[in-house]
Design a protein around this ligand. Structure first.
Ligand SMILES: NC(=O)c1ccc[n+]([C@@H]2O[C@H](COP(=O)([O-])OP(=O)(O)OC[C@H]3O[C@@H](n4cnc5c(N)ncnc54)[C@H](OP(=O)(O)O)[C@@H]3O)[C@@H](O)[C@H]2O)c1
Length: 272
């Protein structure tokens, strides 16, 4: 879909990949509805987009609040007249192991990463149908395709998002609503500082991801460009870098070898 003169609703637009995607889509001539909980960051981003000649609508809300999700979609349609593109990008991580993470955090993670996207899909499908079609972009992760140690709950949420999209692609084809899944790799955002940590209430999250130099992080602008490219070309699955694609492909072709490499790599990280 050519984003020019279209309307996109982007969740998790206050920072990171979502903010970069909103800027890139606005640059391409798309009107953008910006959704997240941080009002000030959304207002600043909307101001930046308007200063560059674009159209932006900041809409504060939590993706786990279903009445708020419906209100956000209604407000977008009331303001811009339609919704052509939904970018389900809001997401959260967790550093706690699958066996010991608190149930509150497990349920919260699923609520943000899986049920939130489903709530937005349910809300945008009626206006998309009315407008003759649309495009849903779900932001998963390379580790939703190939799980890694110590991240089982997060990997499961992203794998579930992929499967949800695969099934809806078939359900929604008669309505001309297409579904694309994007799989970023390690990206240079604050994601690892925003993880759920009810086991350490009030404490800041340590950034436990490998540091630059040990593992390269993709700039969020590059992931945003990949998302805009995916909007234009509409593949089923999209990657931001050749490394991300190679990681998934190698792990799919040689899963046992990938297991051994990942076990060693994560064990060495834990020892450091
Ligand atoms: N960074 C990576 O290495 C990486 C790799 C693969 C996939 N991803 C995926 O990419 C997406 C974006 O991540 P990022 O790296 O840009 O992380 P980020 O910088 O932490 O941004 C996350 C965004 O999600 C929003 N958000 C979180 N919980 C929300 C909620 N309950 N309701 C509404 N908005 C919420 C945040 O806004 P507020 O806090 O203002 O609400 C923020 O805008 C996520 O789905 C993540 O799983 C990231």
């Amino acid at each position: 879909m050519d984003p020019r003169n279209r309307v996109a609703l982007i969740t998790g637009a206050s920072m990171g990949i979502g903010a970069a995607t909103a800027l890139a889509l606005a640059e391409a001539g798309c009107r953008v509805a910006l959704v997240a909980r941080s009002d000030d960051a959304l207002a600043a981003l909307a101001g930046e987009i308007r200063d560059r000649g674009g159209k932006a609508l900041p809409l504060s809300g939590d993706v786990t609040n279903r009445p708020a999700v419906e209100a956000i979609v209604r407000q977008t349609v009331d303001t811009f007249g339609q919704i052509d593109i939904l970018v389900n990008n809001a997401g959260v991580g967790i550093h706690q192991p699958s066996l010991t993470a608190s149930w509150a955090d497990v349920e919260r993670l699923m609520a943000v990463n899986l049920y939130g996207p489903l709530a937005f899909i349910r809300a945008v499908v009626p206006p998309m149908r009315e407008g003759g079609g649309g495009l849903i972009v779900n932001v998963s992760s390379i580790i939703g395709r190939r799980a890694v140690p110590q991240s089982g709950i997060y990997c499961a949420s992203k794998a579930a998002l992929e499967r949800l999209g695969d099934s809806l692609r078939l359900d929604l084809a008669p309505d001309n609503i297409r579904v694309v899944t994007v799989y970023p790799g390690v990206t240079d955002t604050g994601f690892n500082r925003h993880t759920l940590n009810s086991d350490r209430p009030g404490q800041a999250n340590a950034d436990t991801e490998p540091q630059p130099g040990r593992m390269r992080r993709t700039p969020p602008e590059r992931v945003a460009r990949a998302i805009v490219r995916a909007i234009r070309r509409e593949p089923r699955d999209a990657y931001a870098t050749l490394f991300d694609w190679a990681f998934v492909t190698f792990s799919t072709l040689l899963p046992g070898v990938a297991d051994a490499i990942l076990r060693r790599y994560f064990a060495s990280r834990t020892r450091r």
